[in-house]
Design a protein around this ligand. Sequence first.
Ligand code: GN1
Ligand code: MG
Length: 369
Amino acid sequence: MARVEKIAELFQFQGTPKEIEVCSIGHINDTYILTYELPDGKSKRYILQRINANVFKNPHDVMENIAAVTAHLRKKILAAGGDPERETLNLVLTRDGQLYFSAEDEFWRAYHYIEGARTYETVQNPKHFYHAGRAFGRFQLLLRDFPAEELHETIPDFHNTVKRLNDFRQAVAADPLGRLAEVRDEVDFVLQRADDTKIVVDAIARGEIPLRVTHNDTKFNNIMIDDQTGEGICVLDLDTVMPGSALYDFGDAVRFGASTAAEDEQDLSKVELDLELFAEFTKGFLSNGSDFLEPAELEHLAFSAKLMTLECGMRFLEDHLKGDVYFRIHRPNHNLDRARTQFKLVADMEAKFDEMRRIVKEAVAEAGK
Ligand code: GN1
Ligand code: MG
């Protein structure tokens, strides 16, 4: 913590430091919540984060993206009569006016903490998930007129599922730690679905599915839910905002939030797709109108949930094979456990696919297209 205290002194935080808490959510960056006491005795909180430079090879690009995107959001929120202090993240600059602080291999940035709202690891109330859908849909709408060509690709090919499958095959072939023998069934599960990985990538290449400014990491715990209204007020974790498909945002959110169990649940009998939550999210996502999506996007919404779940499972399993070099783990075989929940969910989505498609159809009709 001494290190965090020292770094904190370099940012434009107000008041005197009182407390530092570690926030253990998220598999990538290190996050701390800092409390300061203002001269009037009130408290003010901030978020301080160390960016994972192993994952984000160019943190400078990440920060330029975030500064540009949050400035755009702020403008749009103000124009809509909203509150930009609560409805978007707001960076706190360093004392010398920079977007981040870097020393040696470390990169640190800070945000104002949003009070009166919190994140949740699992969906506890279906309405929250409706509002998460609404917030992610709104995020895309607000960024619809953002000049996408100005964004850096912070992780190239992030949701390129064809490339992801290739990387996966390479890890299987190399098997650097000899872990393959115990995960053959899981590997086969992925390889049997190889054709699925082409569907969205090919449709983008054919121009049927547009590239938009998307979030790309739409986990439910990346939404601040207002304590009073239950609304999803602010979208967090903007590191992977890049050109992408709306389907990635929709699918990844369902993957995480509509599961009946945690991402790392070891008892697979608990892991299923909750169709009610799927319906809530879909309605929320389309509640800003469905006409901002192309027919080919609407057509693939249900499939995108399966695709993003397969992709994530493949990534967890690849990392397990490679010795857990990407996703932070908290116990042995953690990434394997995570991969298994994803594959269980994929299988359940396949079983429920007709139902999922029916739900999407109804939600689209209800949203007016
Ligand atoms: C990572 O940082 P976090 O936990 O929000 C990952 C996502 C995965 C997710 C799986 C930059 O997100 O892509 O879907 O874990 N982020 C990055 O839980 O790789
Ligand atoms: Mg993240």
